[in-house]
Design a protein around this ligand. Structure first.
Ligand SMILES: [Zn+2]
Ligand SMILES: [Zn+2]
Length: 386
C-alpha cells in the first residue's frame, strides 16, 4: 500500500490550463458549431499546429533539453523553444529538470514526480494540479540548462512568450483564412487540449500498456498505438533503458516522427552529434529479456515436467551459457580496443581498428545466432505443450 499523498496547495495556474480550459472547450466549441461551420482551413491548421506544438515538446523539451540526445544550432533551438512554448507545458527548465528526476527515480512513489504507482490519474494529470513536493523545482540536476541562454530567456519571460506565440501564430492564420473564431477555437483551444493529453499519455499509459522487450526493471512500456498518438514517444521501454539515444523507436521501421525530424535537421546542418546506443548493447538488452521470459515460460510449463520440457530446459540453459560467453568475449574486445588506443602508434591505429571492427562484428553476429536458437527452442516447446 502506498503512503497517502501529502496535502499540498492547489496550483491554480495549472487548474486554469488543465481543468478550466477543457470545460470552456466542451461548452464553447459545440455552441459555436451549432450556428457556424468551421472552415476546412481551421481543421487543417489545427492538425498541423498539433504537430508543431507536440514536436516542440518531443524533439525540443524532451530529447534535446531533458536528455541531450543531440546538439542543436541556435536557430533550431529558438524554433524548438517557440514550438514548445506553444504547447503550454511550463518552461523548458522546469519540464526538463522534472523529467530527469522522473528517469532517475522512475516508479518511486515519493521521488518520481509522476509515478505511475500513484495511479493513472495522478501520473496523467493529478501531479500538476497541486504543488506536490516530488515535482517541486530543483535545478541541481540541470546545471547545463541553467547556462543555456535560450532556456533561461524562455524561463524568465515564459508567460509573455506564451501569449506572444499564440498571437503570432493564430491571429495571422485566422485572418488569412477568414475564419478567426474557427481558428481560435480549433487551432487554439482544442489543439492545446489535445497536445496536452498526448504528452500526458507518455507519463500515464506508456507506463501501463504494452510490452517490455528491453527491461522489466521499471514500468515503462513499448506500444505502437501510443507511438502513433505521441509522435514516436510510445517506445517508452526502450527510452527508459537508453534515455540518451535520440531515437525512441530504434528499429528502422518503428514509427517515430520525432526521430525523423531530428535526423532531417542533422542533414540540413541544424543538428549534430546525434547519440545512438551501440547496436550490440541494444541486442544484448533485448536478448537478456528474452532469456528471462523463456525462464518464466519454463517455470509454467515445468509444473508438468515431461522429457521434452527437461531437454528444452537444458538446451536453453546451454544457450544462455553461450550468451554469457559472448558477453565476456565482447568485454575482452572492448578492453583490447582501449589498450590498443593507448599504446598503438598513430599509423598502426587504423590497421588495428579494422581488425577489431571485424572481431566486434563477429561477436555481434553471435548474438543474432543466440536469438534465433532461443526463438526456435521456445517455438518447439510451445508446440509440444499446446
Ligand atoms: Zn517515463
Ligand atoms: Zn525521457
Amino acid at each position: 500500500m502506498n503512503a497517502p499523498l501529502p496535502k499540498a496547495p492547489m496550483n491554480w495556474i495549472a487548474i486554469f490550463a488543465l481543468v478550466f480550459l477543457p470545460i470552456v472547450a466542451v461548452i464553447a466549441i459545440p455552441l459555436y458549431a451549432m450556428n457556424h461551420d468551421f472552415s476546412a482551413a481551421a481543421w487543417i491548421s489545427m492538425i498541423i499546429l498539433l504537430g508543431v506544438s507536440s514536436l516542440g515538446i518531443t524533439a525540443g523539451y524532451h530529447r534535446l533539453w531533458a536528455h541531450r540526445a543531440y546538439e542543436a544550432t541556435l536557430p533550431l533551438k529558438i524554433i524548438l523553444m517557440l514550438m514548445g512554448t506553444f504547447a503550454v507545458q511550463n518552461s523548458i527548465l522546469f519540464w526538463a529538470s522534472g523529467h530527469r528526476t522522473h528517469h532517475r527515480h522512475v516508479d518511486d512513489v515519493d521521488q518520481d514526480p509522476y509515478s505511475i504507482n500513484r495511479g493513472f490519474w495522478y501520473a496523467h494529470i493529478g501531479w500538476m494540479l497541486r504543488d506536490y513536493p516530488a515535482a517541486a523545482p530543483n535545478y541541481k540536476n540541470a546545471p547545463d540548462l541553467l547556462k543555456d541562454k535560450v532556456v533561461m530567456f524562455q524561463d524568465k519571460y515564459y508567460i509573455p512568450l506564451v501569449i506572444a506565440v499564440h498571437a503570432a501564430i493564430l491571429l495571422p492564420i485566422g485572418w488569412a483564412v477568414g475564419d478567426m473564431w474557427g481558428v481560435l477555437l480549433l487551432s487554439g483551444l482544442m489543439r492545446l487540449i489535445l497536445s496536452h493529453h498526448v504528452t500526458f499519455f507518455i507519463n500515464s499509459l506508456c507506463h501501463m500498456w504494452g510490452k517490455r522487450p528491453y527491461t522489466d526493471e521499471n514500468t515503462a512500456r513499448d506500444n505502437f498505438v501510443l507511438a502513433i498518438a505521441t509522435w514516436g514517444e510510445g517506445y517508452h521501454n526502450y527510452h527508459h533503458i537508453f534515455q540518451y539515444d535520440y531515437r525512441n523507436g530504434v528499429k528502422w521501421w518503428q514509427y517515430d516522427p520525432t526521430k525523423w525530424l531530428i535526423w532531417s535537421c542533422s542533414k540540413l546542418g541544424l543538428a549534430k552529434n546525434l547519440r545512438r546506443i551501440p547496436s550490440f548493447n541494444i541486442k544484448k538488452a533485448e536478448l537478456a529479456m528474452k532469456f528471462k521470459y523463456a525462464e518464466q515460460d519454463l517455470a509454467i510449463y515445468g509444473l508438468n515436467m515431461t522429457d521434452d520440457i527437461a531437454t528444452a530446459k537444458q538446451r536453453i540453459s546451454q544457450e544462455y551459457d553461450a550468451f554469457s560467453q559472448t558477453l565476456n568475449d565482447w568485454a575482452k574486445l572492448k578492453e583490447q580496443e582501449i589498450q590498443a588506443k593507448k599504446t598503438a602508434v598513430a599509423e598502426k591505429i587504423h590497421q588495428m581498428d579494422d581488425k577489431l571492427k571485424l572481431e566486434f562484428q563477429q561477436v555481434e553476429q553471435r548474438l543474432s545466432h543466440h536469438r534465433e536458437t532461443l526463438n526456435q527452442l521456445m517455438r518447439n516447446l510451445k508446440k509440444k505443450t499446446v
